[in-house]
Design a protein around this ligand. Structure first.
Ligand SMILES: Cc1ncc(COP(=O)(O)O)c(C=O)c1O
Length: 357
């Protein structure tokens, strides 16, 4: 018996249908599709009707193209591999006016989306004036030397924050910028800004936008805590096994360096999963599910954990760390780490990975 991660492909696709409904969505598949596996996620999303993808790595963008000639691919980080961008028909962000000025000549014929920097300050043109300068400069080039401005976009850094006004600020600044550029008479095939949190809190797409650019909600986690769990279903399970159950006497310690000291006689299940499999230390401050009941985790080692159990638990019982009944997002809202942080930590080399089709 070994710890495993199991993904239910049918349910995953059904859930994408449920989240997306009939809205045009650009699926974010960066970092190996939030660690679900790029090939698995892209083919599942295509089956669910999504035909537009975004990632941060050129290598991933090329792998998406190798999976389908029919999809649109947007690279959210700029690349100077202009030959590959053209060869694989990949659109990319325009990250700054200085990038445009530096690579103006090589950018001829490349599809770009103008990025608005906004409050995140990670990348992008500063404001609508810089966008206008770039657009007009591009217009002045002979047509065969122009870049193809196919889209315009921003990213919200505060859409899951409700106690501060930053989301309203970044939203309004972006809408002002967009309105300004549209009023100059430019048109874009792709206008996108909303991540999962923004998409849900706006109850769908903002006006004039062509796509919502969604990540975590497609993968089954809620972007903020006040949402019902029915908004998205978690379709993967991380489980392990009870190796043995040991009697521990009051005052005895278990694990390395006094990790757990029993304050009463108790039963400790030794379980075959640990931080080496990607279970975060912060996650081990909480509980695990055994035979439908939650039990407290008492210690975490590289390949084992201790769970305090009762007499109903036996060796060979399954211990669930994550499933739709003990969800990633529950622990996100308990402060364990972001949804994507918990998912990314899982070690797909040590866990047995199974996709149920
Ligand atoms: C630029 C960009 N757009 C969209 C997303 C998707 O965000 P979420 O997973 O919150 O939907 C991300 C994720 O970090 C991102 O970096």
């Amino acid at each position: 018996m070994v710890a495993s991660i199991t993904i239910d492909e049918r349910k995953f696709i059904q859930n994408v249908h449920h989240v997306v409904k009939d809205q045009p969505v650009m699926a974010v598949v960066k970092n190996d599709a939030y660690h679900f596996g790029l090939e698995f996620a892209v083919t599942s999303f295509i089956e669910a009707g999504i035909t537009t993808f975004a990632t941060t790595s050129l290598q991933e963008a090329i792998r998406i193209r190798q999976l389908s000639d029919a999809v649109y691919i947007f690279l959210m980080n700029a690349s100077v591999h202009f030959d590959l961008l053209k060869q694989y028909d990949i659109a990319m962000t325009m990250p700054s006016l200085s990038f445009y000025n530096e690579y103006k000549t090589q950018l001829a014929g490349i599809k770009v989306h103008l990025e608005y920097e906004n409050l995140l300050h990670r990348s992008g043109l500063k404001d609508q004036t810089e966008m206008e300068v770039l657009l007009k400069s591009n217009d002045e080039q002979p047509s065969e030397q122009q870049l193809i401005v196919d889209g315009i976009w921003t990213h919200f850094g505060y859409a899951d924050e409700f106690d501060v006004e930053e989301y309203q600020i970044e939203r309004n600044d972006w809408l002002t910028c967009l309105e300004y550029v549209l009023n100059l008479g430019y048109q874009f095939n792709y206008i996108h800004a909303q991540n999962s949190a923004s998409y849900v809190r706006e109850d769908g797409m903002l006006n004039q936008h062509t796509h919502a650019r969604l990540g975590i909600i497609l993968y089954g986690s809620r972007p903020y805590s006040t949402l019902p769990t029915t908004i998205t279903e978690q379709n993967f399970t991380v489980s392990a096994n009870v190796i043995q159950v040991r009697d521990i006497k009051q005052g005895e310690t278990c694990g390395y360096s006094f990790q757990f000291t029993a304050d009463k006689d108790c039963l400790i299940a030794v379980v075959d999963i640990g931080y080496g499999d990607g279970i975060l230390k912060t996650r081990a401050k909480h509980d695990a599910l055994i035979n439908g009941k939650r039990y407290p985790i008492r210690g975490l080692m590289m390949s084992h954990m201790f769970v305090e159990v009762d007499t109903t638990v036996k060796s060979g019982d399954t211990v669930t760390l994550y499933s739709n009944n003990i969800r990633i997002d529950e622990y996100t809202f308990k402060g364990v780490g972001a949804n994507s942080e918990q998912i990314s930590a899982l070690n797909h080399h040590s866990l047995i990975k199974e996709i149920i089709t």
